[in-house]
Design a protein around this ligand. Structure first.
Ligand SMILES: Nc1ncnc2c1ncn2[C@@H]1O[C@H](COP(=O)(O)OP(=O)(O)OP(=O)(O)O)[C@@H](O)[C@H]1O
Ligand SMILES: [Mg+2]
Length: 242
């Protein structure tokens, strides 16, 4: 049963809430309509974002599981709610890039849009206080954030996710520019956790370059709710009900 009473809330994030589940090995993740950018400096409510992202992430996580990537996702239990394995989040975020954009473009003073010859994997230390600074693998190991074998598993899984997502989006005429993944530890295993959504991805429509992701909000390019409805429609082949 879905019990989201306040005494069950264990964490309130920027985009999601985490609730205790009946089983101690599980949690309920509740997707909110809040959008934030620049580490929480810019905020807004985006109609139906939670419903859309919950369903999109469930859809992609299921596909990743089928492709051989262990995930924390168990099942969707409400319009905005997922039952997931409760993992210990590894504080190293993995960013996979196929095209130069965002912080990479800024950091290197390069224009956005150049295609990379092969996927570039970047690691960031997950710390809101520090604004998620970039870190290399050796640093992550020496600082005790992750074991070398965990990072190796994360990299391997990230490349599988990239292949799967690139093929999927390519089939819809959309280029997967980059995306961020989080992983966690579950009974000694590394599993893909958190979300796969347009909040943490860059998706550019092939031909037009139209952005179908959170950059629409970050850069004031239009209505994010309309954009995410469009993404929903393309992925599920029908409009979001209501
Ligand atoms: N399966 C899981 N088990 C435990 N924690 C999880 C799981 N999936 C995601 N999380 C964590 O739950 C939180 C989800 O909330 P949200 O994404 O809104 O956080 P956030 O504001 O982005 O903050 P953070 O910097 O912690 O990611 C994140 O801290 C995420 O790392
Ligand atoms: Mg998050």
């Amino acid at each position: 049963m879905l019990d989201l009473t306040p005494d069950r809330l264990v964490y309130e994030g920027k985009a999601k809430q985490v609730y205790r589940a009946d089983n101690a090995d599980e949690i309920v993740i509740h997707y909110k309509d809040d959008a934030t950018a620049f580490n929480g400096v810019k905020k807004a409510q985006i109609a139906d974002k939670g419903v859309i992202n919950c369903k999109l992430s469930a859809f992609f996580m299921e596909r990743m599981g089928a492709a051989g990537v262990p995930t924390a996702f168990l099942r969707q239990i409400g319009p905005r709610d997922q039952l997931c394995r409760k993992v210990e989040i590894i504080p190293v975020e993995l960013v996979v890039r196929n095209v130069v954009a965002g912080s990479l473009a800024k950091r290197l003073g390069q224009p956005e849009g150049a295609k990379l010859a092969r996927p570039l994997l970047e690691h960031f230390y997950k710390s809101d206080e520090l604004n998620d600074p970039q870190i290399n693998e050796e640093g992550a190991v020496l600082m005790g954030y992750a074991k070398a074998w965990e990072l190796a598993a994360m990299r391997e899984y990230s490349l599988i996710v990239n292949e799967q997502l690139q093929a999927f989006w390519g089939g819809l005429g959309v280029d997967l520019v980059d995306f961020k993944l989080e992983f966690g530890r579950f009974h000694g295993q590394v599993v893909l956790a958190d979300e796969i959504t347009p909040d943490g991805s860059r998706l550019w429509e092939r031909g037009t370059g139209r952005k179908l992701d959170k950059d629409v909000f970050r850069r004031d390019l239009g209505d994010l709710s309309d954009t995410y409805r469009e993404v929903y429609r393309r992925v599920f082949g029908e409009s979001l009900p209501g």
